[in-house]
Design a protein around this ligand. Sequence first.
Ligand SMILES: [Zn+2]
Length: 301
Amino acid sequence: MRFFDPHVHMTSRTTDDYQAMADAGVVGLIEPAFWLGQPRTGIDSFRDYYSSLVGWERFRSSQFGIKHYCTIGLNSREANNESLAEQVMEILPLFAYKEGVVGIGEIGFDDQTAAEEKYYRLQLELAREAGLPVQVHTPHRDKKNGTRRSMDIAIEHGIDPYKVIIDHNNEETVKEVLDRGFWAAFTIYPFTKMGNERMVEIARQYGPERIMVNSAADWGISDPLAVPKTAALMKIRGISDKDIQLITYGNAITAFAQSGQLDETDFATVRNVDQSVKFEGNSILRGGQQPRIDKSSIIIS
Ligand SMILES: [Zn+2]
């Protein structure tokens, strides 16, 4: 089987993770712009971060045969630094229209402050103008209300729910998200939020329509193999292959292909990896390492 992880912060992960994901069948991924764990102090670090999402990180991913896309946005947490947020809003359009940018994200609410709402709304407008899908981060605290508010505001701004991926759902939020026509994404985190046994039950109850899973792996305790592992568990628990493929591959592609920037043929046909190529003079190889130049597929299916 092939997998697509529509939410994973590879900037924070190692080459071992890329290799493991490729070996497990992950052929494409989306890296949403987010918080670095430590607040940024100036606009230039946003600029460099966005540049790496459309540049170096995409290259790094390609070196393991995985097609890398990203979403660009101001995360909710840093929306609370208003003087910086204003500057970020000015540079976002410079990145939103770049090749491989499949949405505005991850945006939405964290503490549900007035500043978060202000920049969520401004970025919804940017998404509308650019015709891009929106990847919405829902808050961990007061999740049900925060999720409802995120959807209400998106509708207020005239965004089609079919273009909005509501992320980090759980059993409490999924019904309303689906009933209102939005996409429901689930983050499979070890120890917290959604474990994949709970996910199997949700798939059983709601079926595969407009549901997708992701790892949201970042610099914290998380699992970059969450998508293939969840697929394996679904298979063991008797979910059909067709439904598994929709939840762990096809639905995310359908949702984000609305950007016009994501074409399944870019990764559905196996490309050979050539680690001898460089990005602006840099490679992922360290002194003395031999580049891997594949003669045939690295994909295990
Ligand atoms: Zn994230």
